[in-house]
Design a protein around this ligand. Structure first.
Ligand SMILES: [Zn+2]
Length: 490
């Protein structure tokens, strides 16, 4: 069965057809680094992570770009309210984001571009929009003219004429049309700025994603993800900029995840009804939060309650316990069943059928627009059947291999892995790579910096190469060393 994927742009499920055969190029809107992320934000990171894991299981190579917005009004305001520099805010919350992302069980994106490193391509993009008659300068700012882009409103299904008095459209005296949006903002005193043909200033948020997605994924790529709150204006504007620059559609499938609700209202920073991911993870464990986020189809809202967390915690306890029991049974020192008994008994045959059924049903769910709710339910059912076999149907142990149980174990680990649950690790461990990994790599790079400053470049290169072999790619920039986890570490 081809994978079906719901496309916000067309309003229906479509079979996945990639630009390049066997390869999926996906962009996800990452965080604005001015605070720790909350459970609602976490969903927008878990959804592309599961899509990526499933597509890879299906044999696709996945190139995943998830940006960091480190130029934004919110960051400047946060720095002012904390009385620290903008750089300090960016540094603190980028680090926290990476820690939390790993703790949430997400793989590092293949590329994690930061807006600050891409101001050049953003300026280039504005130039092209000027050339194409879609941009104008006014009052030190540069705006995109929505009336000049006939397809404006296609994603959010709105007419430009209806946007005149739109509440979510920022008003400005310089705009030609109320729905025009800023591409370049003139710097006010005390704000960070970059030189541009239109004077000192900084890029608009929407522009950041257009420039960074096309910089890494090209002018045509497959999937763009983000929360449903980004459909308008963020993604609508991104389409206008990217298509307006290259003259054809850039993204094939627009994928949007639903909200996390608290007492019937969307969890959001501005409403003040948010739970920070790290606080909930401290109390319930990160896998419980992840399971809750996967317990509904990604387009469906989730009610965030103590009861919902408790239900997931109980389910995961049983799941992990079954996998642990199975691992102990399969341990080389444990008493073994003979191969004849294992292959021939009716209980084994029944279990074998269950494995096949549940695996097929899991794939059926994931193929149908990544229905993790159904897939997770099939995983729980699989574990229940295995547990029943272990406790009820098992004949007296004899020496020999147990192929059905081995298959059951491998299947549970593999299907759990697609959902980003590491069932072969204890549920309540510090499975929180991020907590240790980020400061550890930072420490190694600090030592390496010292080594470099003593001009011992051979040793510094050796450290870089050894890290690379471990899947940690180090890049030396003018501002110091940066690192990302590459796929090789997985
Ligand atoms: Zn974005």
């Amino acid at each position: 069965m081809p994978i079906q994927i719901y496309n916000t742009l067309t309003g229906k499920k479509e079979p996945l057809e990639t630009v390049e055969p066997g390869r999926v190029k996906m962009y996800s809107c990452g965080p604005t680094v001015y605070d720790y992320f909350h459970v609602g934000n976490a969903r927008a990171f878990v959804v592309p992570d599961v899509i990526k894991r499933y597509l890879r299981d299906r044999g696709y190579q996945v190139l995943h770009v998830q940006n960091v917005t480190d130029i934004d009004d919110k960051i400047i305001q946060r720095a002012q309210s904390l009385g620290v520099s903008v750089d300090e805010v960016v540094d603190r919350y980028t680090r926290a984001y990476l820690e939390d992302l790993l703790r949430l069980g997400c793989e590092m994106p293949t590329v994690l571009p930061r807006a600050r490193d891409h101001v050049g391509p953003m300026i280039d993009l504005i130039r092209v929009l000027f050339d194409n008659g879609l941009a104008y300068a006014a009052g030190g700012d540069v705006y995109f003219s929505v009336e000049r882009f006939p397809r404006y409103g296609q994603l959010s299904r709105q007419e430009v004429s209806q946007l005149e008095a739109g509440a979510r459209v920022e008003a400005s005296a310089h705009k030609r049309h109320p729905a025009d949006f800023v591409l370049w903002k003139a710097a006010k005193p005390g704000e960070p700025w970059w030189e541009s043909p239109w004077g000192r200033g900084r890029p608009g948020w929407h522009l950041e994603c257009s420039a960074m997605s096309m910089a890494y994924l090209g002018e045509r790529f497959d999937i763009h993800t983000g929360g449903a709150d980004l459909i308008f204006p963020h993604h609508e504007n991104e389409i206008a900029q990217s298509e307006g620059a290259v003259g054809h559609p850039v993204v094939t499938y627009w994928v949007h995840n639903g909200y996390i609700n608290v007492d019937g209202e969307k969890m959001s920073k501005s409403l003040g009804n948010f739970w920070l991911f790290r606080d909930v993870a401290d109390r319930w464990g990160a896998p419980v939060v992840r399971a809750l986020l996967l317990s509904k189809h990604y387009r469906t809202p989730i009610d965030f309650t103590e009861e919902a967390l408790e239900a997931q915690a109980r389910g995961l306890e049983r799941l992990y316990r079954t996998v642990g029991d199975l691992a102990r049974r399969l341990h080389p020192d444990a008493p073994q069943l003979s191969s004849e008994a294992a292959a021939a008994g009716p209980a084994e045959q029944a279990l074998e059928r269950v494995l096949q059924e549940k695996e097929a049903a899991f794939h059926e769910a994931m193929e149908d627009d990544f229905n993790t709710a159904m897939a997770l339910a099939r995983l729980f059912e699989l574990a229940r059947e295995v547990n029943r076999y272990l406790t009820e149907a098992e004949p007296a142990p004899q020496p020999g291999p147990q192929p059905t149980l081995h298959r059951a174990y491998r299947l549970l680990i593999r299907l759990g892995g697609i959902l980003g649950l590491r069932l072969d690790e204890p549920l309540h461990s510090r499975a929180d790579d991020g907590e240790l990994l980020v400061p550890l790599v930072d420490l190694i790079l600090e030592v390496r910096q010292q080594v470099r400053s003593e001009r011992r470049f051979d040793l510094a290169d050796q450290i870089r190469d050894r890290l690379k072999a471990l899947g940690i790619q180090v890049e030396d920039t003018r501002e110091g060393a940066r690192w990302i986890l590459s796929d090789a570490s997985r």
